[in-house]
Ligand binder design. Sequence first.
Ligand code: GLN
Length: 198
Amino acid sequence: MIGILGLQGDVIEHVAAFNRLGVKTKIVKHPPDLDGIKGLVLPGGESTTITKLLVSSGLTQPVDNKIRKGLPTWGTCAGVILLSSGGVLENVDIEVKRNAYGSQLDSFVANARIAKINKDITMVFIRAPKILSVGHGVDVLAELNGDVVAAQSKNILLTTFHPELTEDTSIMEYFMNLVNSAELAQDRTYTYTPGGIV
Ligand code: GLN
């Protein structure tokens, strides 16, 4: 079950994209909604509005705690801003500039390769932020004209574009791999025997 932060923005589009893959979702609006989720999506929208709603709903601290404990989390567009240095969740060492490509009218679609997915991805940018710098432990997954448009820091995936607005579910699948590996790592129990760890 994947939690989709449902305070504002393109929540339903994420639900639909995961449903196309057969993945169950749960809309997260209040702290108890976080129970039982194996991953969390912070959708695009308006980062100032989502920030205010995170605070007023009491979700900031519980979400932050879950992310710090390793909950696989995927921020798209405004979600990237929330997770960046100076953002309300501030879980990733990146600096971003909001609305860096211009106004709504400057929204655009482009293609770029994501090596780890081994595929050209159609990327929809809507008043997207630019990732200006990435710090220690942050892997760049994709660049477009020299700008970082996808990155990963441990279990946190960042895309400044909107995969949920295209038919291609590769990024959702990539995120589900992160979710499944995190679950496996947690479930693995080791029994010590004199012969070693089995
Ligand atoms: N411009 C928005 C912000 O700064 C983000 C846009 C988006 O999520 N598509 O919050």
